[in-house]
Design a protein. Structure first.
Length: 115
């Protein structure tokens, strides 16, 4: 069940990301060609929006219990998708007979002698 805090955090996080990327792109455009953005738009207003969205995102951070619950779900998914198949493949690989290299006679590698 999602709460208003979680919904607000998700919305503010997405709004922060979009506004930050927009600010950075406009700053890059302004750096490449002076007056390209600043002749039409004051970028300080966009910077204020970025800061307010960042503050809203931090203030509406979910509680520790929600974070722990989310992390448990992620860990279970990782175990189910990655760890179990890896363990099964190792078990299957153990069924095959391996050769002990110490039991095989050593072959001498011919070396050329230069004097």
């Amino acid at each position: 069940m999602t709460t208003w805090r979680t919904n607000t955090n998700t919305s503010s996080r997405e709004f922060f990301q979009v506004s930050l990327v927009t600010y950075l792109l406009l700053t890059l455009a302004e750096a490449l060609k002076e007056g390209f953005v600043s002749n039409f738009f004051n970028m300080n207003y966009l910077l204020l929006v970025v800061l307010l969205a960042g503050v809203a995102m931090v203030l509406t951070e979910p509680a520790e219990s929600e974070i722990k619950r989310t992390m448990e779900v992620v860990h279970q998914a990782v175990r189910a998708r990655l760890v179990r198949p890896a363990v099964d493949s190792v078990r299957r690989a153990g069924r095959f007979r391996t050769i002990d290299l110490r039991e095989q006679p050593s072959r001498k590698i011919p070396t050329s002698r230069h004097r």
